[in-house]
Design a protein around this ligand. Structure first.
Ligand SMILES: Cc1cc2nc3c(=O)[nH]c(=O)nc-3n(C[C@H](O)[C@H](O)[C@H](O)COP(=O)(O)OP(=O)(O)OC[C@H]3O[C@@H](n4cnc5c(N)ncnc54)[C@H](O)[C@@H]3O)c2cc1C
Length: 500
């Protein structure tokens, strides 16, 4: 039963952005209702179980646990009581075509001591790089992460022109920033690939994103025991305890408008839900197109918010183990620059992609039958193009990926596949309504948007907000969650419903 004395927020979607907003609002006494088209809470945090194999369909790397801890703390709860996590070491194992492999640890000392390919000079380089990385994080921490500033203009007002122009290394590329410190080409390729967290190119993303290695080194890289979907389960429990109403398998078809305000939503079945404000976890561009009915011409103002990359996601159950794998692995392209160019500039399926491969049974035997392996294999590829890639082109890329993995040490991989499932960008678009199948929201590109995503507040409606990977601070689980919290903070700071 709705209580007219309490303000009501309606949230479209139940991904991490939505949850990040729902928890603080509900904890502050708001009535909150989530409307999600799929049958689970968590959005891209999703699960496939088949023949004794468990696959985390979306994210597999958890960083910045403090963002989750803070969310639970707003509700007076402890993250650890809901979601069991453990730190992973090494963070990543990196395989190169020349047979080298380099394990990445949070500190330069171990990374160099435990890798014969690296020297004392590389350690000094890495230490200087991590100091630079930390400097960028410290500069952005309050304005971008705590306050949730949204545009270059807001950042300039906050920090002053000089810091905004030069302090964030916005005009150099991420790769150029790495190259200033790191001489070892493979170490440089590894640090460049932190750009994977935002689905962008190290040659186009601004160097401000070089804060990512410090964040991972400082706050750790975690696994959720039982698989990442346990995180979604823990969050759902929290929402339910706070009294948030969750409508699953319920698609939102329109946002109801009246002048400069929104009134609520219309569902696909034609029924309506009124609210004091609406928060959309549907991405900014699809929501304006499909829920607000904007034309192509009107949508042009969002042109700079191009989608981040998508992925060809292969889930393989194997009837054997590959003990050379760590939990998280990267198999690098022989030419990482050409890989980035193909995906982000030429918008082609890469000939020799860099491949992310997660082997969770390495640390959690519950994920695959004994003696078996459940692999998720993810080369980044362009978002859906006009015209789209053909099924044959995707199939050919899959073969190139398997060839590469077999060549780089996973001998006989094809022969040992007993379960197989593949997702292409069209599947991702269909499932989550993400813009052209993007998996990390908006691309970070210093020429297009200086790394800024869309603002969280609507430019047309006083009481409509956006959360998730298409708004600041962007894609990746902690960032999507944080965008929601930032929106809730803004709403709660505004005292009357007329002002929100
Ligand atoms: C294969 C893959 C691997 C990834 N790996 C990692 C990783 O290792 N680490 C990491 O941090 N991040 C990773 N990510 C990215 C991460 O999953 C996302 O950045 C994050 O989960 C996005 O959350 P969100 O709230 O922005 O959106 P979503 O999770 O997409 O949530 C939006 C929700 O809204 C629903 N919705 C949309 N429109 C409507 C509508 N009209 N009506 C009702 N419901 C609607 C959708 O169904 C969806 O559930 C990965 C993503 C993928 C796909």
């Amino acid at each position: 039963m709705s209580d007219p004395s309490r303000k009501k927020a309606v949230i479209i979607g139940a991904g991490l952005g939505a949850i990040g907003a729902a928890v603080p609002l509900a904890a502050a006494g708001w009535q909150v209702e989530l409307f999600e088209k799929n049958d689970h809470v968590g959005g891209k945090l999703n699960l496939l179980r088949k023949d004794g194999f468990s696959f985390d369909l979306g994210p597999s790397i958890l960083t910045m646990p403090q963002v989750f801890e803070q969310l639970f703390a707003t509700a007076g709860k402890s993250f650890a009581d809901y979601v069991p996590t453990r730190p992973l070491l090494p963070h990543w194992r990196n395989f190169f075509e020349d047979g080298t492999h380099i394990d990445l640890y949070p500190d330069a000392k171990r990374t160099v001591e435990l890798n014969p390919a690296l020297t004392a000079a590389d350690r000094a380089d890495l230490e200087r790089f991590l100091t630079y990385s930390r400097g960028i994080y410290e500069k952005c921490r309050h304005s971008y992460f705590d306050l949730g500033l949204d545009t270059a203009w807001e950042m300039t007002r906050h920090h002053g022109l000089l810091t905004a122009l030069f302090g964030f290394d916005l005009f150099a590329s991420m790769d150029a920033g790495v190259g200033r410190y790191i001489h070892h080409p493979q170490l440089r390729a590894i640090l460049d690939f932190f750009v994977k967290y935002v689905g962008s190119s190290a040659f186009d993303a601004p160097a401000v994103l070089n804060l990512l290695p410090y964040i991972q080194a400082e706050f750790g890289l975690l696994y959720v025991d039982g698989g990442l979907f346990e995180l979604a389960r823990g969050l759902r429990r929290l929402l339910e305890e706070l009294g948030v109403t969750i409508h699953l398998k319920t698609e939102v078809a329109a946002i109801l408008q009246d002048g400069r305000r929104v009134l609520g939503i219309r569902l696909a079945d034609g029924s309506e839900a009124a609210a004091d404000l609406v928060i959309s976890n549907m991405e900014v561009i699809p929501a304006h197109r499909r829920l607000l009915g904007e034309t192509q011409g009107e949508l042009r103002r969002f042109k700079r918010f191009e989608p981040a990359c998508s992925g060809l996601v292969l889930h393989l159950g194997l009837d054997r183990e590959y003990p050379q794998l760590a939990h998280h692995n990267f198999f690098f392209s022989g030419n990482p620059r050409a890989h980035f160019r193909a995906v982000f500039r030429d918008k082609k399926l890469p000939e020799d992609p860099t491949i992310y491969l997660v082997a969770p049974a390495r640390t959690d035997p519950s994920q695959a039958p004994k003696g078996c392996e459940n692999l998720k294999i993810l080369p980044h590829i362009p978002y859906i193009q006009d015209p789209p890639f053909s099924p044959e082109a995707y199939a050919a890329l899959k073969e190139r990926v398997l060839d590469k993995l077999e060549r780089m040490g996973l001998e006989g991989l094809r022969r040992h596949i007993v379960v197989e499932q593949m997702w292409v960008p069209e599947d991702i678009e269909r499932l989550y309504y993400s813009n052209r199948g993007a998996i990390y929201g908006v691309v970070s590109d210093r020429w297009k948007n200086l790394g800024f995503k869309a603002p969280k507040k609507s430019d047309r409606f006083a009481n409509l907000y956006f959360v998730g990977g298409s708004v600041n601070p962007g894609g990746g689980m902690p960032m999507a969650l944080l965008s929601g919290r930032q929106v809730a903070d803004r709403i709660l700071q505004t005292s009357t419903s007329e002002e929100v």
